[in-house]
Design a protein around this ligand. Structure first.
Ligand SMILES: C[S@@+](CC[C@H](N)C(=O)[O-])C[C@H]1O[C@@H](n2cnc3c(N)ncnc32)[C@H](O)[C@@H]1O
Length: 376
C-alpha cells in the first residue's frame, strides 16, 4: 500500500530516514502518512535530534492502575529539558482503517514497532503543527506518536510540557516546575482550564481512564480502584467549584486584565499594576498546578522588568529566542528596555514638576496658574 484516502483526501505513506543516533540505534526512521504535497517540503536532510537525552534522568515503570508511567530518577529543575525525540509515526488526525496503522508500523524497525505496541492506547498522538508548510485552506492537524514521551501519563496539574520543532521534526519534553526524584512525570492531554466534569468526560471518552489528579480525584481513591462517589459532601462540592472557578479565571486572565503592552503607554495605570495582577495569577497557577501557563504571565512581568532571572531559566526550551532577548536586556535594562525607561522618565518629570508647583503655588495668582497649565 502506497496511498490511501480519507474524507476524499489522498494521503501517501512515506518513510523519513533519520541520521544514525549513538544513543538509540532503533531510532532510524519515521513512518508517515502525509498529504503528498507536504513530502517535498519536509526538512531534508533531517537534522539528528540534538540528543542531550540523559538516560539517568527518567525511569519508565509499570504501575498498579495506569499501565506504564515515567518517573524522575533524579531531581529535575524547572525548565530543564528531559527528552528530545523524533516521532515514530506522523499521521493526520482522524480515524484510518486498521490496515493503514499496521502498514505504517510495519515500516518501522522491529524494536521501535514493539515499543510502540507495548504502549497503552498506542494510538494517542501529540498534535504537531505543520504551519507554514502548506496553504492555509489545506492545512490540517497531524499527530505524532513518540515511544518515550507518550509514556508520560496525564495530569490536570502537569509537571512537564511539550514543544514541537518543525525544523528538526522533534518534540522536546521539559519540566514546568521542580520535579523531585521519584515523582511521576506527567503532561496534560487536555486543556486543564476546563471544568472538572468536562475534563473527566473527555478523558473517559478519548483515553478511557478516570483522572487521578488531586483536582479530579477529590477523595484520592483512584489508586484503590474505587468508583467515583455518587454524591459529594458540601465541602467537596465547594472545593470543586473553587477549582473550576480558578481555572476558568486563569484561562481568560489575559483577556480580562491589562497586560504589558497597554500598561506601558498608560500613565494612568499604577506602575505595579501588571506585576501585581500577574503575580496574583501566578499564585493561582501554583494553587492549581497549572505551571504550563506560567510563562505567559512571567513574560508579562518580566516585560515590566521584574523577575528576569526566573524567566531566563524558564524559557530556555519553550522559547530560546525570548530567553536570548531577556538575557540581552539584563546587560543594560534601562537602555535596552525603551518603554520601561520612558515610564521612569515620565514619572521623574512629573514628580519634579510637582515639587516645583508645591514650592511656588502660593505666589501664583489664578490667572498665571491657568496660563501655565494650558501652555504645557
Ligand atoms: C499515551 S498512553 C500513556 C502511557 C501508558 N500508561 C502506557 O502504559 O504506555 C495513554 C494511556 O495511559 C493511561 N493513562 C494516562 N494517564 C492516566 C491517568 N492519569 N490515570 C490512569 N490512566 C492513565 C490510559 O490508559 C491512557 O489511555
Amino acid at each position: 500500500m502506497e496511498t490511501c484516502t480519507l474524507g476524499g483526501r489522498l494521503y501517501s505513506l512515506h518513510t523519513i530516514s533519520l541520521p544514525p543516533s549513538k544513543e538509540d540505534a532503533s531510532q532510524t526512521s519515521i513512518s508517515c502518512l502525509l498529504d503528498p504535497d507536504l513530502i517535498p517540503l519536509l526538512p531534508d536532510p533531517l537534522p539528528c535530534a540534538s540528543n542531550p537525552n540523559d538516560a539517568s534522568l527518567i525511569a519508565v515503570r509499570q504501575t498498579p492502575h495506569k499501565g506504564h508511567a515515567m518517573f524522575a530518577a533524579r531531581d529535575i529543575e524547572p525548565g530543564q529539558l528531559i527528552i528530545v525525540e523524533h516521532p515514530a509515526l506522523i499521521l493526520p488526525s482522524g480515524k484510518f482503517p486498521k490496515e493503514v496503522y499496521d502498514e505504517l508500523a510495519a515500516r518501522l524497525p522491529e524494536k521501535r514497532r514493539k515499543d510502540l505496541f507495548a504502549m497503552a492506547n498506542s494510538r494517542s498522538k501529540e498534535s504537531l503543527d505543520l504551519k507554514g508548510r502548506i496553504d492555509e485552506e489545506r492545512r490540517e492537524i497531524y499527530g505524532g506518536v513518540y515511544p518515550l514521551i507518550n509514556r508520560a501519563n496525564h495530569s490536570c496539574s502537569p509537571n512537564a510540557g511539550t514543544k514541537w520543532d518543525l525544523a528538526s521534526l522533534t518534540m522536546s519534553f521539559y519540566a514546568l516546575r521542580h520535579i523531585p526524584a521519584g515523582e511521576e512525570i506527567c503532561k496534560t492531554y487536555i486543556n486543564p482550564a476546563l471544568p472538572r466534569e468536562t475534563r473527566m468526560g473527555i478523558l473517559r471518552k478519548n483515553y478511557r481512564f478516570t483522572c487521578d489528579c488531586p483536582w479530579c480525584d477529590i477523595r484520592q481513591s483512584a489508586h484503590l480502584n474505587l468508583p467515583e462517589p455518587e454524591e459529594f459532601t458540601p465541602e467537596e462540592l465547594d472545593r470543586i467549584a473553587a477549582s473550576d472557578r480558578d481555572r476558568a479565571t486563569l484561562g481568560t486572565w489575559v483577556f480580562t486584565h491589562p497586560g504589558y503592552k497597554k500598561w506601558s503607554t498608560d500613565l494612568a495605570r499604577a506602575d505595579d499594576l501588571v506585576i501585581s495582577s500577574h503575580l496574583e495569577a501566578l499564585s493561582l497557577i501554583d494553587k492549581e498546578g497549572m505551571q504550563g501557563l506560567q510563562n505567559l504571565f512571567v513574560e508579562e512581568i518580566a516585560m515590566c522588568y521584574a523577575i528576569l532571572a526566573k524567566v531566563v531559566k524558564l524559557t530556555r526550551v519553550e522559547d530560546p529566542d525570548l530567553q536570548r532577548r531577556f538575557e540581552d536586556w539584563l546587560v543594560d535594562p534601562e537602555r535596552r528596555m525603551k518603554k520601561w525607561a520612558w515610564r521612569k522618565r515620565q514619572r521623574e518629570q512629573l514628580s519634579k514638576r510637582k515639587d516645583h508647583d508645591d514650592a511656588v503655588i502660593e505666589d501664583v495668582d489664578a490667572f498665571q496658574f491657568l496660563f501655565q497649565y494650558n501652555s504645557d
